[in-house]
Design a protein around this ligand. Structure first.
Ligand SMILES: Cc1cc2nc3c(=O)[nH]c(=O)nc-3n(C[C@H](O)[C@H](O)[C@H](O)COP(=O)(O)OP(=O)(O)OC[C@H]3O[C@@H](n4cnc5c(N)ncnc54)[C@H](O)[C@@H]3O)c2cc1C
Length: 439
């Protein structure tokens, strides 16, 4: 394989970062003023803000409002080279990394590839359910939902119409809760205006959670309140509901019950994104990479993993840290400091996670907030959620767009982004995935 051209080898030590998500981007930004040469790879040319994917999926925001071109962030950076490339494998022995555009060697390698959807080996679910782990998947979900309403208009049988309109969200974590709430609000307020020929009292929005409660990991008060908010919006919340299979028409639960729906959204698990060349001993739960307190991957030299990919056991987090943005950002900050310390032969610091709290929104004026010493719910929690998310989005223009969109939706009870945009202009309105019956 050829060496990637136009990245000069000079006296600077080279740090290669794989992934421009929360962790990789933070580290690259911090290293901009360092004495290292930085090479950043991402398979996309943009950074994506995952916490707001569900608003893209429910036509509340345009994809461009929550993504940011990586190249724009690194304009005029002489010693930072960004390449759109998919990394396939590494060769720890020769300190090389292999991508679809060539190979490159490194002095330090930082893996920050995040996580992807985990179907736990269930083929039916993997084939028919819709994931929401990337911007393009969120957009595909928007298309799937809107396509099914268009089809429902032409369904002559009541059962077919209901199956097309029903939406099932699997996974009662923050993603599932936020998504189910947003879909229920769409059903209650917006869709009846767009589709007056459809009877939306027939549409069921269900949230299925295998555990005993939604928002597991949040305070008891927040869990209970979130479930109450969902029920207030008309979501059919079912806990202790383990999904066994899905064939594109009906979800089957472990206890034999079934729910008919053509739109099943899978938000029930993630596993780490993988590349080749990592020794088997380095893999922990959900294929995350076992790291020490300085984020060094077990069994290899000069290779680090940060963010969702990293599996670090500590006394306080014996099953590793939660896969959230704050962990990714804090690990990136510490690694930046430790990389400098390594060069200066100073002792390295250990990672200690500062949990700033958790927020989840269920709908308009409805949210829960678990701060380190305070738990509260309702309007104030919702305003806090809006503020925190707005301030976390990359780019002033994006923040402004999101704010205007939110204000518009709040005062008009409407969103204006219910467009079905197919990749090919002359493509008719078709479903993204055909069911076996139709195939
Ligand atoms: C729907 C959703 C909602 C969420 N909501 C919240 C929330 O409200 N609050 C919160 O704190 N956290 C939330 N999270 C979790 C949070 O987004 C993650 O913890 C965070 O993104 C992890 O950052 P990361 O840098 O490790 O990975 P990511 O941000 O996922 O970045 C990984 C990057 O690596 C790139 N990549 C992957 N594989 C390769 C490869 N082989 N070659 C090249 N590039 C590659 C990807 O394109 C991506 O840019 C949410 C996640 C999802 C999916």
């Amino acid at each position: 394989m050829n060496t990637i051209p136009n990245i000069p080898k000079n006296e600077r030590k080279r740090i290669v970062i794989v992934g421009g998500g929360f962790a990789g981007l933070k580290l690259a930004r911090k290293l901009m003023k360092s004495h290292f040469q930085v090479v950043l790879f991402d398979k996309n040319n943009y950074h994506q803000f995952q916490p707001l994917f569900y608003q893209v999926a429910t036509a509340g925001l345009e994809p461009s409002a929550i993504s940011f071109p990586l190249r724009k962030i690194f304009q005029a950076q002489q010693h930072l080279h960004f390449r759109v490339a998919t990394v396939d494998r590494i060769e720890p022995g020769t300190q090389e990394i292999f991508t679809n555009i060539g190979k490159i060697d490194y002095d330090y390698l930082v893996l920050a590839m995040g996580a992807t959807t985990n179907y736990f080996g269930n083929k039916g679910i993997a084939e028919h359910a819709v994931p929401m782990k990337s911007l393009s998947e969120a957009l595909q979900l928007r298309n799937t939902i809107l396509t099914h309403f268009e089809k429902a208009l032409s369904a002559s049988q009541l059962e077919d119409r209901k199956t097309l309109m029903n939406i099932v969200v699997v996974g009662g974590g923050p993603t599932g809760v936020e998504l189910a709430g947003a879909i229920a609000e769409m059903r209650n307020v917006i869709l009846p205006k767009d589709y007056p020929e459809l009877d939306f009292s027939q549409m069921e929005v269900s949230l299925l959670e295998a555990g005993p409660k939604v928002l597991n990991g949040y305070s008891e008060a927040s869990s209970v309140k979130a479930e109450a908010y969902l029920e207030k919006l008309g979501v059919n919340v079912q806990t202790a509901a383990m999904v066994a299979d899905y064939d594109g028409q009906a979800v089957t639960l472990k206890d034999g019950r079934t729910l008919n729906s053509r739109t099943v959204i899978w938000a029930a698990g993630v596993k780490a994104n993988e590349i080749g060349g990592i020794p088997a001993e380095a893999y922990g739960r959900a294929r995350r990479l076992i790291v020490d307190r300085q984020n060094r991957i077990k069994g290899v030299e000069n290779i680090f993993a940060i963010g969702d990919l990293a599996y670090m056991e500590t006394e306080k987090y014996p099953q590793a840290h939660p896969q959230v943005a704050q962990v990714a950002l804090q690990q990136a900050s510490l690694l930046h400091r430790n990389l400098k310390h390594m060069e200066d032969h100073k002792p390295l610091r250990e990672f200690r996670y500062t949990d700033k709290g958790s927020l989840a929104t269920v709908g308009r004026n409805l949210a829960v907030a678990d701060l380190p010493f305070l738990h509260f719910q309702g309007f104030i929690a919702w305003v806090l959620w809006l503020f925190v998310h707005l301030m976390s989005i990359v780019g002033v223009k994006n923040r402004l767009f999101v704010f205007i969109n939110w204000a518009w939706s709040y005062f008009t009870y409407d969103q204006s982004l219910r467009l079905l945009i197919n990749p090919k202009e002359d493509e008719p309105v078709t479903e993204p995935k055909a069911t076996p019956a139709e195939a």
